[in-house]
Design a protein around this ligand. Structure first.
Ligand SMILES: [Zn+2]
Ligand SMILES: [Zn+2]
Length: 191
């Protein structure tokens, strides 16, 4: 699938085909400016094995590399020396991307990398240890509706009779807003 996400200096985005490996990886995204409509937009990076995006005709490529734990991987920027990250030229053509890294392409185009997720209600996944709700401290049954805080990872019930996640405006352990349609905490506009 070829998908051009902006007009002007080429950003060709080519998600490669593969198996989705983990929710954490699929939360990674890049912020880019939509020159036609203005404003910042999110482009999700696929968690496909080895998949990634090619930005500006191969000058920079962002790909996902799996570590030993399934679903726990790192995003690596492979780029020409003319690409700058957080104001620095790359000394080697690879760099592991960290939260809120600023990527400046030779054309001057600015991108930001983020792994921040948004709160979603999902069935509690199977695990080896019992998970207790961070709000009410009661166990959460495997398969029951729950929300993992996108910032701190704490699990909360989120069923009609136990709406622990949305019970308060913030996560019970951190300051992440609990609105289920909440926007990203980090946006380039906030800089
Ligand atoms: Zn609860
Ligand atoms: Zn939290």
């Amino acid at each position: 699938m070829d998908l051009k996400i902006v007009t002007g200096p080429k950003i060709g985005v080519v998600p490669l085909m593969g198996t989705r490996l983990g929710q954490e990886a699929s939360m990674a995204h890049i912020w880019h400016q939509d020159e036609a409509k203005g404003g910042w937009r999110v482009y999700p990076l696929e968690s496909a094995s080895g998949g990634g995006v090619v930005v500006e005709d191969g000058v920079a490529e962002i790909s996902w590399h799996r570590s030993d734990n399934a679903g726990d991987g790192v995003w690596v920027l492979e780029a020409a020396e003319s690409v700058r990250v957080n104001g620095e030229s790359l000394l080697i053509p690879f760099r592991v991307l960290e939260e809120r890294d600023e990527i400046v392409l030779p054309s001057g185009r600015l991108l930001y990398f983020s792994k921040e997720g948004r709160a979603r209600v999902t069935p509690l996944p199977h695990g080896t240890v019992e998970v207790c709700c961070a709000r009410c401290r009661q166990p959460i049954a495997v398969g029951s509706p729950s929300v993992a805080c996108p910032a701190c990872g704490a699990y909360h019930h989120q069923a009609d009779d136990l709406p622990c996640w949305t019970y308060a405006p913030r996560c019970s352990l951190c300051d992440q807003p609990t609105a289920l349609d909440a926007d990203y905490h980090f946006t380039p506009e906030a800089l």
